[in-house]
Write a protein of this length. Structure first.
Lengths: 537, 244
């Protein structure tokens, strides 16, 4: 009996082992099959699909791909979005997300697509990550979204990027290096951008800038001249051409070659927005080259009523210094007084604004007003900060880029809102949510930029005020010396040209000169000439 | 970085190169003379800023003398006063009153002397009173001497009112063009050329104008016996105006 019981137990054990072996084999086969389908190893502990669920998912992915092939991208995107939310599709999610991103790219929904590619990259899926990075690079480049672009670039292997995207990648990498202060690396990356690329001119400019930053002025000059020559056939006001010319002038200034810098600045066309800056910088070069009369001529244009909106505190002090050189103390006092009258209230206003507002949104709302009110001078009263301060900030490169990005997001949102099929689908509400969040984040970023710029302006005005007080001291000192000499009977000043005129500025228009009498005409801006003489002994 | 280059300390700069101060040369170098005919770019471009003549919301008052260039019979001269309110830099509305001189024109006086035709028997204009609207076409300046600059404006005028004849008033319209030359920011010389159109009596009435000095005499006609027709007169007016 005991023997029988033992034999029965052994048989049961053998049977149990056999069953267990059979089950293990079955599981292994299922997993292998699934791996073949998805070309992916199922992570340990993840859910294992039943045969029917897996094949259903596969057929749905295939259906989505079919829709993409037949150009039904919105339907495909919607299908992939639904699939990506399925809890039983964990293993396939990177693939689904990637395909969703591709469909969205085809619909020009670049921002929403970018988010799908980021999700794929985050999943660390070996198969789809590389492709997702490449696509992310393309969509973020289209959007101008620097954050995501950097995210993509930091993860990319340049060697594996398709040839057609390499130029863009080198250019963007160059930008990142330049921002990080690695100018030599930046210059060599810019150098790798091909001549046929649409990034070529920007890369050439960036290269010159990086070389200038690393004090390789001759190389920088060469880069900018190459850019200038490359744009020689474009129109005079072509921004690339003008920027190259301006950069050449700046490099010559950096090399302290005042006369050539003045010549280079003079080539900036008057009908280009950089002309006003060129005029100001040329005045510096003239001052350094001891061409005081010429720099005063420029100031008459720079400080004309046409530039009342310009935030240019430094120019007033520079003008005062020129008057100091030629011993025009009365004029000097007027200009220093003007600086104090204009910029003391501005400084107070900025301080007050900075101390009373902490949220980024408050700063964004203020800068936003200027975009709405730019063409309505009467409504400038609604601004809390001075118009010229806001205008200056709104023209800063980073603010403009962020605004351009917001515009692209808004365009994308409009694309969804104008398409009833997408708008009413799950994809529509999902995309709108992403875009709204992104817009809000970017607005906050702009707000932070405004705050940072205001802090910088506050500090700049404080420094300039200090310098203004030194200039005032020099002026008083000069006046004292002048009076001393007068009391001792020395003959000091020569007779001025037209002493009876309020201001010794003349306008040269055509071949004739006539005196400036306080009225500024558009066709005269840039044609003023100071014909007064210096009053030093 | 460029900004850094430009933003070096102003004061250290003053101290370092003040000794370089040279005598300024009043000759403008050739390379500083205008070589472009284009204008700088602005968000909201306007032709002029900080105008010398600011006439928005102002009243200008003046007097003038006029000459009817195409008037054959009556005295061609007149004097008047005018007042305009400027709603904007472009539009103004005002009133003007002009008193015609009495008597005959040189030609009509010749007819009287040579042929005994006395046109004083015909109804003659006494004065005109009109509402005057001006539309400024152009504001600019001119310099003839290079020593001074004079502001000027050219405008279109359109006036509506009455021309009062000795016996009757007629509605009248006058269209014209004018120019002001500003001696100062307030005082200007005003020149107007106006083309008047209104009903008026025809002075040429058969058997009514001979005064008997050169032959038979006609009975003095009543003013109502003269026929009327649409009459056009070109007037040149010259005056002085002051902008308050």
């Amino acid at each position: 009996m005991k023997k029988y019981v033992i034999i029965t137990t052994v048989l049961v054990c053998i049977l149990s082992l056999e069953t267990a072996f059979a089950q293990t084999k079955k599981k292994s086969l299922t997993a292998k099959k699934a791996a073949v389908t998805t070309r992916k190893v199922t992570p340990v502990g993840s859910k294992v699909y039943s045969k029917s669920k897996g094949s259903q998912l596969r057929s749905q992915i295939s259906a989505g791909l079919g829709m993409m092939k037949s150009g039904q991208f919105s339907q495909a995107a919607n299908a992939f979005l639904i699939l990506s939310r399925r809890s039983d599709a964990v293993a396939e999610r990177p693939q689904i997300k990637y395909l969703l991103g591709l469909s969205l790219m085809e619909l020009n929904l670049n921002q929403v697509a970018a988010f799908q590619f980021v999700d794929v990259i985050k999943s660390a899926d070996q198969k789809w990550t590389r492709q997702a990075i490449e696509k992310l690079l393309i969509v973020t480049d289209r959007l101008g979204d620097e954050t995501l672009l950097n995210y993509a670039i930091q993860r990319i292997d340049v060697a594996r990027v398709p040839q057609q995207n390499r130029d863009m990648l080198y250019f963007r990498l160059g930008e990142i290096k330049a921002k990080a202060g690695q100018h030599s690396e930046a210059a060599s990356l810019y150098d790798r951008v091909g001549q046929s690329s649409r990034y070529y001119f920007s890369a050439l400019y960036g290269k010159g800038l990086a070389q200038a930053e690393s004090n390789q002025t001759d190389l920088a000059l060469q880069s900018f001249r190459t850019l200038l020559e490359a744009r020689n056939n474009s129109k005079v006001t072509d921004t690339n051409r003008v920027a190259a010319q301006m950069a050449i002038a700046r490099i010559l200034y950096q090399k302290q070659d005042w006369e050539r810098a003045i010549d280079a600045y003079s080539k900036i066309p008057r009908d280009h927005f950089m002309w006003h800056n060129a005029m100001f910088e040329k005045s510096w070069a003239m001052l350094r080259g001891a061409r005081f009369r010429s720099s005063l001529s420029n100031f008459q244009s720079l400080h004309s009523s046409f530039y009342d909106d310009a935030y240019i505190p430094e120019t007033l002090l520079l003008r005062a210094i020129v008057y100091l050189y030629i011993c025009k103390y009365d004029e000097m006092e007027k200009v220093v007084g003007l600086f104090e009258a204009q910029y003391n209230p501005i400084a107070a206003n900025i301080n007050q604004f900075l101390s009373s507002r902490s949220s980024a949104d408050a700063y964004f709302q203020e800068i936003q007003k200027i975009n709405i009110l730019r063409n309505e001078p009467e409504t400038r009263k609604k601004l809390i900060l001075p118009y010229n301060v806001l205008k200056y900030i709104s023209e800063e490169g980073n603010v403009r880029r962020s605004y351009a990005y917001i515009k692209k997001l808004a365009d994308e949102r409009k694309l969804i809102e104008d398409n009833p099929v997408i708008r009413s689908s799950a994809l529509g509400s999902y995309s709108i949510r992403i875009l709204n969040n992104r817009i809000k984040t970017t607005k906050d970023t702009i707000g932070e930029m405004v705050r940072a710029q205001l802090i910088s302006m506050k500090s700049e005005i404080r420094d300039l005020k200090e310098q203004a007080s030194f200039i005032r001291y020099e002026m008083i000192n000069g006046k004292k010396e002048f009076l001393k000499k007068k009391l001792t009977g020395k003959n000091l000043s020569e007779v001025q040209v037209d002493e009876d005129q309020d201001r010794s500025f003349y306008i040269q228009n055509g071949y004739e000169y006539y005196p400036f009498q306080g009225e500024y005409w558009l066709d005269e801006v840039g044609n003023y000439h100071y014909l007064g003489k210096q009053s030093c002994e | 970085m460029f900004q850094k280059v430009l933003n070096f300390s102003l004061i250290s700069f003053v101290v370092s190169i003040i000794s370089m101060a040279a005598i300024a040369d009043v000759e403008v170098p050739q390379d500083e003379l205008a070589q472009e005919t284009v204008y700088p770019v602005f968000d909201n471009p306007v032709s002029v800023k900080n105008r010398n003549i600011r006439d928005i919301g102002t009243v200008d008052v003046g007097f003038f003398g006029g000459l009817a260039l195409t008037e054959p019979i009556y005295n061609t001269s007149k004097v008047g006063i005018a007042m305009n309110y400027h709603f904007s830099e472009t539009h103004s509305l005002g009133v003007m009153f002009a008193k015609n001189s009495t008597g005959l024109s040189v030609d009509a006086q010749g007819l009287k002397n040579d042929f005994g035709l006395d046109y004083t028997r015909a109804p003659y204009p006494e004065y005109s009173m009109m509402a005057d609207y001006n539309y400024k076409l152009y504001y600019g300046k001119l310099s003839l001497t290079k020593v001074a600059v004079m502001n000027t404006s050219i405008y279109l005028s359109s006036a509506l009112g009455i021309v009062k004849y000795v016996h009757k008033s007629y509605p009248a319209i006058a269209l014209g063009v004018g120019e002001r030359f500003y001696f100062t920011n307030h005082l200007s010389l005003k020149l107007d050329l106006r083309f008047y159109a209104h009903q008026a009596p025809i002075p040429f009435l058969t058997g009514a104008l001979r005064d008997g000095s050169k032959g038979p005499s006609d009975p003095i006609p009543s003013y109502d016996s003269f026929q009327e027709r649409l009459t056009y007169t070109t007037n040149l007016e010259l005056g002085l105006n002051y902008l308050f």
